[in-house]
Write a protein that binds this ligand. Sequence first.
Ligand SMILES: [Fe+2]
Length: 205
Amino acid sequence: MTIGKGITRRGFLAGLAGAVVTGARGAGAATCAPTEDNPQGPFYLAGAPFRADIAPGGEPGERLAVGGRVLSAAGCRPLADAVVEVWHANAAGAYYGLEGATGEGAWQLRGRARTGKDGSYRFETILPGRYPLSPRQLRPRHIHYLVAAPGHRPVVTQLYFAGDPSLAGDPLVLPSLIMPLNAARKTGGAGAPGSVVFDVTLAPR
Ligand SMILES: [Fe+2]
């Protein structure tokens, strides 16, 4: 995946908007089945800031737009005012706050978003790196999620990327959590970032 340099914020978000529309019509279309759980892991830090760009300050890595919708398993309706919290490793496979920077830097690659009326959320970040699970197994690239909405059971899960060779052999990976990574596209000569769409469906209480 090649990401062009000098991508504007507007272009970045426009690229994601297109990806979300594509995902809603394609293989990533929402279903009413609740999103499957996946372990929280040891790198969660409570209290991450609400913000769209979770990789500010020239964070090294390939830029990635992450977005989707939060839905209710009851009728697949979009859930407004859901809180989507994400955290992931940097390009070298380390988690800020626990394996790297402290202070304000601890929140790098961590953030929360609140869904609007259409249930949508989005983050700007970088493609997560892999890190060792054991001497012979790398954890595949993944983004941790904690999603909560009024009247619904929260879910803790992880998003994985199709085509990652480290998916094989990782005991945590579930097929329903693997989403296509849309490579950079050329739009009118301007580069667009990589993007992934991940809809999260919650079960009513
Ligand atoms: Fe992790």
